[in-house]
Design a protein around this ligand. Structure first.
Ligand SMILES: [Cu+2]
Length: 282
């Protein structure tokens, strides 16, 4: 069983708040990406960590750092993991770095050091690498994973904003502790919507905070995602006709975790429940 295999001691109360809003790209981004990364390691480091850098350029930057350290392809994977740890969810590149590491899953599966580091992070609720480690392990062929994480999988929850109704078309999801869920939300409505997952019982607290954000100029800039520990995961505002996604590792604590749109005024009707129940023993 996944719960037994990936023994993750998640404590909901200790989870960091969602960090969603990347800072703008730096003004010298064009000059930065035009540099010879092999010759300018400071530029290579910045290319990994800055917002707005193309994935291929980040990969080049990781490779340049690895070559400089004499660690080859395995070193590039380590450089990306180091950058994610350095970001710790607060720099603009967080999501791009996570997607980059997941795209390197096949290479990582051949690197014992990467496998070991990912497996360790997947079991550590406090690790900034935990979510991306689970996603990367899930992207590997099952036979390439170590026994302890062989059953890791990402389950997609597809849902839509119902046009004109201020509702999601899915209002209840059942999940097991430690599952990795990917919410994929289509928005065929004529207005923006988002999707936040909150701690049990905390939807009103988050909803009220977001209604207040609607009264400020900064609120929309922050995509109506409050910096509260009760926000466990957040998908930013999704424009009409677009699709958004957010990953979430289900805590190992059973309970009902609300998911909710926090565009001001929406939270009371546009919400649903994730019911987390422990699988039957055996
Ligand atoms: Cu909404």
């Amino acid at each position: 069983m996944l719960a037994a295999a990936v023994c993750i001691a998640a404590q909901v109360a200790s989870l960091p708040p969602a960090r969603l809003i990347p800072p703008p790209p730096p003004a010298d981004l064009d000059a930065l990406v035009a540099k010879d990364l092999a010759a300018d390691l400071a530029a290579a480091r910045r290319c990994l960590l800055e917002n707005g850098v193309a994935a291929a350029r980040r990969r080049d930057a990781a490779a340049a750092l690895a070559r400089a350290a004499g660690t080859g392809e395995a070193g590039a994977i380590a450089a990306v993991m180091d950058a994610i740890v350095e970001c710790a969810g607060t720099c603009g590149a967080t999501r791009d770095l996570a997607d980059l590491l997941v795209s390197m899953a096949a290479e990582a599966s051949k690197d014992p050091a990467a496998i070991e580091r990912l497996s360790t992070a997947a079991r550590d609720a406090a690790s900034p690498l935990r979510m991306v480690a689970l996603r990367t392990l899930a992207a590997m062929a099952p036979e390439a994973r170590p026994d302890a994480v062989r059953s890791v999988a990402v389950r997609t929850i597809a849902l839509k904003a119902v046009p004109g109704a201020m509702k999601y078309d899915v209002t209840e999801v059942r999940a097991a502790p430690n599952e990795v869920l990917e919410f994929v939300m289509e928005n065929p409505d004529s207005m923006q919507h988002n999707l936040l997952i909150t701690a049990p019982g905390k939807m009103p607290e988050v909803g009220v905070a977001c209604d207040k954000m609607g009264e400020t100029i900064e609120g929309k800039g922050r995509q109506f995602v409050p910096d509260l520990p009760s926000v466990l995961a957040a998908m930013g505002l999704v424009d009409p006709g677009r699709t958004g996604r957010v990953f979430w590792v289900v805590p190992d604590k059973a309970g009902t975790y609300p998911f909710v749109c926090t565009y001001p005024g929406h939270w009371r009707t546009m919400n649903g429940k994730i019911k987390v129940t422990a699988p039957a023993p055996g």
